[in-house]
Design a binder for this molecule. Structure first.
Ligand SMILES: *Cc1c(COP(=O)(O)O)cnc(C)c1O
Length: 403
């Protein structure tokens, strides 16, 4: 074998191993805009996998804002924000985000992923400690690793476990940071932010909360869980994304004036990347306008009606525990085995329902699942089709009752 053949053979073996474990991922291709009904791999399906919770991603006002900004600014932003890529729109969006979250300041990043990569290392480093929920998103995990701080993982939502670690390390001389999602991306459950804020105060820790799946969804104006609980000032760093309910693209960190000023100096994913294009920034501002206005209000109310119906439906099928306080637009339907999960996913797809299967490393081994997400713009008929298909899967024993 030549060296070139050997390289190819090595990688082919790795890919084969993934396939054998049921972990080979495939890209499906959209042939229509983001909507409740889409054309995916040539099939018309109900879209139950997007994070487009309010159905704003293809909204005419957001399209119009982007189009207008293209005419004024073009597309390429040509430099990082600290060099010559920072437009009036970027400044405006940061002020809007700070107002939205009722924080002194906010810093725009190129995605939620960039925000988490940058802010953790912007605040803590070698010699510091991070207390991280076991089910935190990969971008938080990567941010923790890049920071070079010591990471102590506490079991998912386990406050007793966390407090044990805090007590054990209460004399630590460096900074201590507690980091959590508010609504967890793969389980759809919520962190107890009241308790986390209390622990952070008691043990003199910083508190960082990723609200990617709560923004636009949770709270009277969709500002997220921290705001809904009146905890804006207890959260030192709030991370959000513009790519989910807001219907655009980008990410941000909101917080105090000093912490944001520090991120503009130190967060490497802020400093060393080309600025977001102006049309994207304009689209984000338009998305926030919609989200904060009557349209957002109406859509959020519709989304919560769907959430309540889906919750009741899944509980009555026995595949979800009763869960009034833990609701979000994310419904995990546990299967366990990765290959089995993808088999069910494929079967549903052929019935016209796209409910993405989620496998390791996105979720822990043995907890592969279908992850169903709802949008305000789904119809009652869409939800009924889902219930029909899930009822059949339970009847044939393919889906097991929740433990
Ligand atoms: C989606 C997500 C991110 C990343 O946001 P993007 O804007 O998509 O990069 C970060 N954190 C959580 C919890 C997420 O679900």
């Amino acid at each position: 074998m030549t060296w070139d053949d050997l390289k190819r053979a090595q990688l082919a073996a790795e890919l084969e191993e993934l396939d054998r474990q049921g972990l080979q991922r495939v890209l499906r291709t959209l042939d229509s805009a983001q909507a409740p009904h889409i054309s995916l791999d040539g099939r018309q399906v109900v879209n139950l996998s997007a994070n487009n919770y309010l159905g704003l991603a293809a909204h005419p006002a957001i399209r119009q804002a982007a189009r207008g900004a293209i005419d004024e600014w073009g597309v390429g932003s040509a430099a990082s924000r600290l060099i010559v890529g920072n437009t009036r729109l970027h400044d405006q969006l940061e002020r809007r985000l700070a107002q939205f979250h009722q924080t002194p300041d906010a810093v725009l990043f190129n995605s939620g992923y960039h925000a988490n990569l940058g802010v953790i290392g912007g605040l803590v480093g070698n010699g510091d400690l991070i207390f991280s929920d076991a089910l935190n998103h990969a971008s938080i995990i990567d941010g923790c690793r890049l920071s070079r701080a010591t990471v102590l993982v506490y079991p998912h939502r386990d406050l007793v476990g966390l407090e044990g670690l805090l007590r054990e390390h209460s004399r630590h001389s460096g900074r201590r940071l507690i980091v959590t999602e508010s609504v967890f991306s793969m389980d759809g459950d919520r962190a107890d932010l009241v308790a986390l804020a209390r622990l952070a105060g008691q043990y003199q820790c910083w508190l960082m909360v990723d609200e990617a799946h709560a923004i636009g969804v949770v709270g009277s104006h969709g500002q997220g869980l921290a705001a809904a609980l009146g905890l804006q000032s207890a959260v030192d760093i709030l991370v959000g994304t513009l790519g989910k309910a807001i219907g655009s693209f980008g990410g941000y960190a909101a917080g105090g004036a000093e912490v944001c000023a520090l991120f503009r100096q130190r967060a490497r994913s802020f400093v060393f990347t080309t600025a977001l294009p102006a049309p994207i920034v304009a689209a984000s501002i338009a998305g926030l306008d919609l989200l904060e206005g009557a349209e957002g209000e109406r859509r959020r109310a519709q989304l919560w009606r769907h959430i309540a119906d889906m919750d009741a439906g899944l509980v009555s099928l026995g595949i979800r525990e009763r869960s009034s306080e833990q609701m979000s637009a994310i419904f995990p339907i546990l299967v366990g085995d990765a290959s089995q999960t993808m088999g069910i996913c494929e079967e549903l797809f052929e019935r016209g329902l796209h409910i993405q299967g989620i496998r390791p490393p996105t979720v822990p081994r043995g907890t592969s699942r279908l992850r169903l997400t709802l949008m305000a713009t789904h119809s009652d008929g869409d939800l009924q089709r889902v219930m029909g298909a899930l009822t059949d899967l339970v009847a044939t024993g393919r889906l097991q009752p929740a433990p």
